[in-house]
Design a protein around this ligand. Structure first.
Ligand code: CU
Ligand code: CU
Length: 319
């Protein structure tokens, strides 16, 4: 069978499976085209505007959020811009493929295409796998692919009022070698969606952004650990995770959790519900002090006048 035939039959199987499950909504699998261009660029890494040479997908850290439904076929194109100096690749954790084929690196000026079925629901990291991975990842080559469950929302996976994507990565001193990065030498801080203390006006006077919701709303965070060595001890100060979905899979539920471990190259989905009868605030932290006090704190303001656009209609990464 040719590759195209295999994909067509995969596609048919997914649609057939969806159509025959009468107790659940009928959701058709789709082919989703995703294109990314690798760009090696100088961009701000803190709220003050300090820039560093980062390696990126589409010019931002993290790269674009990819969102598909379980069973969809992702038709991916990677372009390594000819002005770049390094080879790069793409490793989607949501894909079941061949590391030496689909995930192999390409030189500046080259293009690579591959396809995969998003078989399992959840929040999955994607990252560059070119050598040295320690350098490529810690320079910003990562992001998240969300695979929404085929069944949609349910009693145990309720529809959230708002959704935010947070990706925590490393920041090293400018010019740190690949070898030193690997050993954690000259580590400078934790990046939250590309900047230290990105959404924390309490600890950083230059911060202008915070996350927002209304009192009582269910806020869902897709929290991704893109650090190369360290776990994330994710805790909502002045709150309790109402639910934690490990790997973002609605079947992996823990209730009423205080702190949840996210190993490197893993992601979780967590729900927070603030009191409905008063304004309140939470600080979403990596409770390991080394990282919390060096960038990994995010403020969530629960107020009646919350910005209606934040965390809604695809506005998941606040910039
Ligand atoms: Cu790379
Ligand atoms: Cu990986």
């Amino acid at each position: 069978m040719t590759r195209v035939h295999q994909l067509v039959s995969l596609f048919s199987i997914s649609v057939f499976a969806a159509l025959t499950t009468l107790s659940t909504p009928i959701v058709q699998a789709e082919v989703v085209n995703v294109d990314m261009v690798v760009q090696e660029v100088d961009i701000p890494v803190d709220n003050e505007g300090t820039t560093q040479k980062m390696w990126t997908y589409n010019g931002t850290v993290p790269g674009p959020v990819v969102r598909v439904k379980q069973g969809d076929i992702v038709n991916f194109t990677l372009i390594n811009d000819k002005s770049n100096k390094n080879s790069h690749s793409m490793d989607f954790h949501a894909a079941i493929v061949d590391v030496l084929d689909e995930f192999s690196e390409i030189k500046p000026g080259d293009t690579k295409k591959f396809q995969f079925e998003a078989k399992y629901p959840g929040a999955f990291v994607y990252h560059c796998g070119a050598s040295s991975m320690a350098e490529h990842i810690s320079r910003g080559m990562y992001g998240v692919i969300l695979v929404d469950p085929r069944e949609g929302y349910s009693e145990t996976y309720p529809r959230p009022d708002r959704e935010y994507v947070i990706v925590q990565g490393d920041l090293f001193k400018a010019g740190t070698s690949a070898e030193d990065r690997k050993w954690g030498k000259d580590w400078q801080g934790a990046l939250i969606n590309g900047k230290m203390f990105h959404y924390d006006p309490v600890h950083d006077e230059n911060a202008t952004l915070a996350l927002e919701s209304k009192p009582g709303e269910r806020v869902r965070f897709y929290y991704v650990n893109a650090q190369i060595n360290d776990p994330v001890a994710l805790h909502p100060i002045a709150g309790i995770w109402d639910r934690v979905y490990d790997n973002g899979n609605p079947k992996n539920i823990s209730y009423g959790m205080q702190t949840f471990n996210i190993p490197p190259a893993h992601a979780i989905t967590v729900d927070l519900v603030s009191p409905g009868d008063r304004p309140s605030n939470n600080a979403i932290v990596d409770h390991a002090m080394k990282r919390a006090l060096n960038g990994a704190i995010t403020v969530l303001l629960n107020n009646e006048d919350a910005d209606p656009d934040k965390g809604r209609d695809g506005n998941l990464v606040i910039r």
